[in-house]
Design a protein around this ligand. Structure first.
Ligand code: ATP
Ligand code: MG
Length: 439
């Protein structure tokens, strides 16, 4: 057997991890600034959490990994997080918290049985937010602003915010009726999925990737013509809010989004980088009603988005953004003899306890081979303990950048490292080309 990752899944290797860490750092920094708290829900849930009644989305109908262990319980690997977060919100009575809305964020793997291609895997990772318990157009704006700030802070600039509204229940019901009437005569020519969507949720017809160029699609009535006054006013407030924050957007009246419980604001942020192909949506979301009630909670509205981290990385790489390298070592402790080996472990432990990142040799390699490792790991200093040093209780620390060298007692290693490293930082900070510090 040739052991490989299953189709549509990837190993995320140590050499690529610095990108993930950088993205997660920016996510945590911004969610902190916006006062969101992290939530972690199970990787699988009861199938009923995702498969709610007559849901028309491909994700629920075709892409779920559903299994049963004892023939009784049907469980599903989560394909998205909104449902699990809403379930948790009700289960833990977060709706009764004194300070609403509850603002949560998550980062984690999702599972969908899809046809794998660039930017589309069967296991992928999402960062997302769910804000439940307040319906306010400016909260929709804040949510979009958070996602926009994160991708901008990471250096993404080739992007477009697409915005639409699905209106309230009344507007949407009228619009669905208009869509049904419009597509009635062309129904037999539409794809099989569209025939199902026509019955289940005609809004989703607009989302079809197969039939999107058909005349009946191009001529379809527009949501904006069916918005009642309240829905129109809500959407105007969202647009004004985005204008007020200087976030550019385009109104796309064909944007309907995946899940059936969306109301009012829906949005998608796409990468316009030409390497992204048809998998260009980096994050997407909207406002939803009815989901908290579905899980037997009170009637409460929510808003959220989900961002595909693999897609975000593709978009950033497409733009040539450098997400930085894995951090380098502060010190590599050279171990030149068996007898010095325990001492070097003690030294390295003392250095680590004081916050210096360190590594050493465990293969009894030659001096030359260990120096090559120092190079490869880009260590800032080397600590050398030779056979004779054991007799004198001394060691040598060498700063690689300028080869400055100090000999000190074992006990002083932390103090001397501190001095060498802070001199090094000082040089970085002020010894630019125009520096006048005199060093
Ligand atoms: P698409 O139309 O591309 O299938 P979607 O509507 O199914 O997207 P959402 O459910 O809104 O996507 O998920 C939010 C984000 O998660 C997407 O914008 C994308 O960045 C990412 N995403 C969704 N499915 C996948 C996948 N199979 N592989 C990688 N990323 C994905
Ligand atoms: Mg999809």
């Amino acid at each position: 057997m040739n052991y490989q990752t299953p189709r549509g899944t990837n190993d995320i290797l140590p050499k690529d991890m610095s990108k993930w860490h950088r993205i997660e750092d920016v996510i945590r920094q911004f969610t902190y600034l916006y006062d969101y708290k992290e939530i972690r829900t199970p990787i699988f849930e009861d199938t009923a959490v995702f498969k709610r009644g007559n849901d028309s989305s491909d994700m629920v109908n075709k892409e779920m990994y559903t299994f049963s262990i004892n023939g009784k319980d049907s469980l599903t690997l989560r394909p998205e997080m909104t449902a699990g977060v809403a379930r948790s919100f009700v289960q833990h009575k977060m709706f009764a918290e004194a300070d609403l809305p509850v603002k949560t964020y998550y980062v984690g793997p999702q599972f969908r049985y899809e046809r794998p291609q660039k930017g589309r895997q069967r296991i992928f990772h999402q960062f997302g937010v769910e804000v439940i318990g307040a319906k306010n157009a400016l909260l929709d704006v804040e949510t979009i602003a958070l996602g926009y700030s994160i991708v901008s802070a990471l250096g993404m600039s080739q992007l477009k915010v697409l915005l639409n509204t699905l209106g309230d229940d009344e507007s949407r019901a009228n619009y669905k009726q208009a869509l049904k009437k419009h597509f009635e005569s062309d129904l037999e020519n539409l794809c099989g999925d569209c025939k199902r969507r026509y019955e289940q949720n005609p809004l989703r017809l607009l989302d079809c990737k197969v039939d999107s160029k058909r005349e009946s699609m191009l001529q379809a009535p527009k949501m904006s013509e069916y918005l009642n006054e309240e829905s129109s006013a809500y959407f105007t407030q969202v647009c004004e809010g985005l204008d007020g924050l200087g976030i550019p957007y385009e109104i796309d009246d064909r944007l309907v989004r995946g899940l059936d419980y969306y109301t009012h604001t829906v949005f998608e942020v796409i990468s316009t980088n030409d390497q992204m192909g048809s998998q260009s949506t980096v994050f997407a979301g909207g406002r939803y009603d009815g989901l908290v009630e579905y899980f037997n909670g009170p009637s409460m509205s929510g808003i959220g988005f989900a961002m595909g981290i693999e897609r975000l990385i593709l978009a950033l790489e497409g733009e040539g953004v450098d997400l930085g390298e894995e951090s380098t070592l502060d010190a590599y402790v050279m171990c030149l003899s068996q007898t010095a080996s325990l001492k070097s472990l003690q030294i390295i432990t003392a250095l680590r306890a004081s916050g210096f990142s360190c590594e050493r040799d465990y293969l009894q390699r030659s001096f030359k081979a260990q120096f090559k490792t120092v190079d490869r790991k880009k260590a800032k200093c080397v600590v050398i303990i030779g056979e004779k040093d054991l007799e004198t209780n001394t060691l040598t620390i060498k700063r690689i950048a300028d080869q400055k060298q100090v000999v000190c007692s074992f006990d002083d290693v932390v103090i001397e490292m501190d001095t060498l490293m802070s001199e090094d930082d000082h040089q970085h900070e002020c010894c630019g080309e125009d520096c006048t510090c005199g060093k």
